[in-house]
Design a binder for this molecule. Structure first.
Ligand code: HEM
Length: 471
């Protein structure tokens, strides 16, 4: 008898537990998203209705997967938004840079955080470093990190950049002379940029830097397998399996033995997160800017010649000095135009930490915002009918490239959280490109498939093979 009561009691407890779980699931995955949707609609934002249980995630992932295999092409078109972000292209009705302006001017950087789903997903890469940290901690981190990018510090890094790039170009020379003129420039330049950031930020020698670099890259590619559901439980199961054993922790602690508490110093954990952040934030984006530039110069030989001519005038046959870089004006326009057409950081994220008034619209607490940089940079109504053409001269006398709204050009983000490394990346871009252009000319390889894809950054899905010839 006692056993029967026990079984009935257990059955009841299991039933209550299951009902509780079911209600939790319905609440979190159906009722809450629909409530948020209705609230946003009342505030004038339209969009697709979230479906149960994964909202619009399935739509996004399905299209991405299909897209990644079908969008490759030998035709090089710069009209890439609908292939890189087909779901945004479908859902989006219009752009309102004015909204971004109000958002960035009217509220403190502290009221906006980074989406929780994004922070959790990228935790292995950025931890709670500057890209992700929020509130008062963000103010402290930004305050400590900004001086590291002072002109004096940057100047001291230039010779290391020249050294690593020269090594890469010497390797290209050997490859070409052994009969291999086709070089995957994206892979080469990303490796070199990784070496540069390891040397410049952490003082690592190449051997140590490349080991850490390989492990971090392995972690990144695990994170960006195209069929993962970001933010869906168990979606990142494989990540720990490839976590580096001897990671930056050991290497960095040796060089950074302080353990601060409040004020200007970082705790050990914070220091590690910042190092990972600089490593990831600091090499791939710049490498992609250079790589996409090589593609655009390979298809616009006139600009290849114009830049070579400018380099000859500014630098002549002498040594490349960092003070000369500011005089490479045309190269600056080319960089801006490349960042416009192929923005390495194709979107910027924010999450409202409280109900926030932007103009007369309320952004409800918890709302995630994805600012679609590619679509802003490719919007005819902002840039004109030649929006898909490579025309660096649009930046000649205008920092915003003739865009009819100042928030329409956002390669480095906006507001207080704008990229802290932008001056470093401009310096590196000019040094690497100058050295390449003075030694080589290049054209597109017949094996190149034009397939810009969103893999955190905007990358050529199948690499970027070019035919490289010594000058
Ligand atoms: C072409 C190169 C680069 C591009 C396109 C780029 C783009 C961006 C973008 C779009 C953001 C987000 C801004 C926002 O949320 O409003 C950002 C933030 C950041 N970037 Fe860069 N970046 C580049 C190079 C670098 C380099 C070289 C470093 C470091 C060595 C770096 C470190 C960071 C950090 C730490 C943040 C977070 C800043 C904060 O939230 O306060 N970036 N970058």
């Amino acid at each position: 008898m006692g056993f029967v009561y026990f079984c009935q009691g257990l059955g009841l407890a299991i039933a209550v537990f299951l009902i509780f779980i079911l209600l939790r699931v319905l609440w979190s995955w159906w009722i809450l998203p629909n409530k948020a949707y209705q609230k946003l609609r009342r505030n004038g934002f339209s969009g697709p209705i979230p479906s149960f249980p994964l909202g619009n995630t399935r739509d996004m992932t399905k299209k991405n997967t299909r897209n990644s295999s079908s969008s490759s092409s030998n035709i090089i078109t710069h009209d890439i938004h609908s292939t890189v972000f087909p779901y945004f292209a479908k859902w989006q009705k219009s752009h309102d840079p004015e909204f971004l302006k109000k958002m960035s001017a009217g509220v403190m950087g502290k009221t906006w955080g980074k989406p929780t789903v994004f922070k959790n997903d990228r935790e292995p890469m950025f931890g709670n470093g500057l890209v992700m940290v929020e509130g008062e901690d963000w103010v402290r981190h930004r305050h400590v990190i900004t001086p590291a990018f002072s002109p004096t510090n940057l100047k001291a890094m230039s010779s290391l950049m020249v050294e690593s790039t020269t090594n890469m170009l010497d390797r290209w020379t050997s490859l070409i002379s052994s009969g291999n003129p086709e070089i995957d420039v994206e892979r080469e330049i990303t490796n070199t940029a990784g070496e540069i950031i390891a040397k410049t930020s952490f003082g690592m020698n190449y051997g140590t830097g490349s080991k850490v670099f390989d492990k971090l890259r392995a972690m990144q590619s695990t994170l960006f397998q195209s069929n993962r559901f970001v933010g869906v439980p168990f979606g990142k199961k494989a990540i720990n399996e490839c976590a580096p054993q001897q990671d930056l922790l050991g290497l960095l602690l040796a060089a950074n033995r302080g353990d601060g508490h409040q004020g200007k110093t970082f705790t050990t954990r914070e220091l590690i997160d910042e190092c990972k952040t600089l490593f990831f934030g600091g090499h791939e984006t710049t490498a992609l800017a250079v790589s996409w530039t090589l593609l655009l110069l390979a298809t616009n030989l006139d600009w290849q010649d114009q830049l070579r001519e400018e380099i000859k005038q500014v630098i002549g046959d002498g040594e490349l000095e960092s003070t000369m870089l500011a005089k490479l004006k045309k190269m600056g326009w080319v960089m801006n135009e490349v960042l416009r057409l192929y923005s390495p950081a194709p979107n910027v994220q924010r999450q409202a930490r409280e109900d926030i008034m932007v103009g007369d619209v309320v952004i409800p607490k918890g709302t995630n915002m994805w600012i679609d940089v590619v679509s802003m940079h490719h919007d005819k109504s902002l840039w004109g009918n030649d929006v898909f053409e490579f025309k660096p001269e649009r930046f000649k006398d205008d920092l915003y490239g003739g865009c009819n709204h100042k928030m329409g050009f956002l390669p480095f983000g906006f507001g207080g959280r704008m990229c802290v490394g932008r001056n470093l990346s401009m310096m590196e871009y000019k040094i690497v490109l100058t050295l390449i252009l003075t030694r080589f000319s290049f054209s597109v390889s017949p094996g190149y498939n034009h397939s810009p894809s969103h893999l955190l950054s905007l990358r050529p899905m199948h690499g970027l093979p070019l035919i490289v010839r010594p000058l």
